[in-house]
Design a protein around this ligand. Structure first.
Ligand code: AMP
Length: 142
């Protein structure tokens, strides 16, 4: 299965914010949208990614004062991305190696979607169920 197949069913909407957005606003956005990360864009280009984990870590290290600063202070600037033509297995490998749960999809320089670990788990579950179905059919000789 390809990244583009997942985007066909989940769509290409990505929650984004500028680097100057205050961390408190970004936290509210994460809560409102019920998501775990926000893609940070500057002039339509990926400038970073801010995860709920970045906020929790800063709260633990610095206290609530970190909420007043811009997201650019807490975001990860070196973002690992994928293309629509890559496989979900590739994305799963990226997440495992990089220890993160979100991979933005970029197509010819344009943001085309976001794959989360939830999407990957759903795909893997469906694949495993299909394998079980095929094995059962094989054993039954049908
Ligand atoms: P996550 O598990 O996705 O909530 O993120 C864990 C950490 O990895 C946070 O510090 C994020 O800023 C960072 N991160 C999340 N996604 C990516 C990505 N695609 N590329 C690089 N860093 C990321």
């Amino acid at each position: 299965m390809l990244v583009s197949d997942i985007l066909k069913s989940k769509g290409s909407a990505v929650v984004t914010a500028p680097p100057s957005m205050p961390v408190a606003d970004a936290a509210r956005l994460l809560a409102e949208k019920r998501i775990g990360s926000i893609l940070i864009l500057e002039r339509n280009k990926v400038a970073g990614i801010l995860s709920e984990r970045d906020i929790v870590r800063a709260l633990a290290n610095e206290g609530a004062g970190c909420l007043d600063g811009p997201v650019s202070r807490l975001m990860t600037a070196k973002v690992v991305t994928c293309t629509p033509a890559q496989t979900i297995a590739d994305v799963m490998q990226m997440m495992t190696t990089g220890r993160f749960r979100h991979v933005p999809v970029v197509d010819n320089g344009k943001v085309a979607g976001m794959i989360s670990i939830g999407d990957v788990v759903k795909w893997r579950l469906e694949e495993a169920q299909e394998e079980v179905r095929q094995m059962a059919a094989y054993v039954a000789g049908t």
